[in-house]
Design a protein around this ligand. Structure first.
Ligand code: HEC
Length: 114
């Protein structure tokens, strides 16, 4: 039991220090109707926009979210990176996949906390 508590507090501490990168990606790439993500996911972005978005989301898998399991985070962020990669590569139908992978609520309800 004591070990579990120790590991839990360690995990909480780690996610606290690592969450800055997630916040940066959210603020700079995801937030708002005119966001980089919105542009790219709706097919209005340039190839450069798509590559930029890919660079942003690539930072996510290595981070630890404030809440939720590591397995779920890994899966969601990997799906998001793969979708951004496909859009950047010009794959047809990729924006629809990206819209699903970037679903704000689906990820926030499990990982955002607060
Ligand atoms: C793959 C998961 C995931 C997806 C998809 C996602 N978010 Fe987030 N978002 C997070 C997590 C985790 C946090 C909490 C970061 C923290 O507090 O450390 C967050 C936090 C935020 C924040 C608060 C940032 C801050 O200043 O603290 C905003 C704004 C935000 N997200 C916007 C969005 C929008 C808009 C979308 C959809 C277009 C979106 N996010 C999609 C995981 C995600």
């Amino acid at each position: 039991m004591k070990t579990t508590l120790f590991i839990l507090s360690l995990a909480a501490f780690t996610s606290l220090s690592a969450s800055d990168a997630i916040e940066t990606v959210m603020k700079e790439a995801m937030k708002g109707d005119a966001s980089l993500y919105k542009k790219v996911a709706t097919g209005k972005g340039t190839p450069e926009d798509a590559t930029k978005l890919l660079e942003y989301v690539k930072a996510l898998p290595a981070e630890s979210p404030p809440e939720g399991s590591a397995a779920s985070w890994k899966e969601k962020t990997a799906t998001l990176v793969a979708a951004a990669q496909d859009v950047a590569a010009g794959k047809s139908g990729a924006t629809a996949v990206l819209q699903k992978a970037g679903n704000c609520k689906a990820c926030h309800s499990e990982h955002k906390g607060k």
